[in-house]
Design a protein around this ligand. Sequence first.
Ligand code: PNS
Length: 163
Amino acid sequence: MSPSSTRIAVYPGSFDPITRGHEDLVLRSLHFADRVIVAVAVNATKQPLFSLEERVALIRQAVTHPAVEVQSFDGLLVDFARRVGASVTVRGLRAVSDFEYEFQMALMNRNLAPELETVFLVPAFDLTYLSSSLVREVARYGGDVSQLVHPAVHQALKQKFRK
Ligand code: PNS
């Protein structure tokens, strides 16, 4: 049980797979949160490349900070956030194209849980073009993604797409 003064942030997503951009945001969240829970959605994508267990395991390998934990969740994010005592949910904003969906989601979450604040973080400049879907696509066709993901993720992608 955490003391009530502990500020817990939830960073939800599909993480299929985690990228250097996600890792950057997890660490940035520690500037204002004492603990960050990376929350991997069970049903966010219908056909993820990596299973839930694989996604969780890869995040645990990529982010080893002691104040960061990884959990999976099913159902509504706001219910999960309440369960773990989070006061903040973190999302990344890379480009204007992200904004509409993120804004809608933040407002819906506020409607469902007014006590939960959404904080948008801007990733490091050289990671703004990164997304899991682009990483998957480049890796699928044999492109080099070694700079874009943790070595464990790189290895896992190579195994997935091994002919
Ligand atoms: O990485 P993604 O796919 O953009 O993450 C989307 C995610 C998992 C954060 C979002 O789909 C979500 O919160 N799903 C849980 C179900 C839920 O609460 N839906 C209502 C959101 S307003």
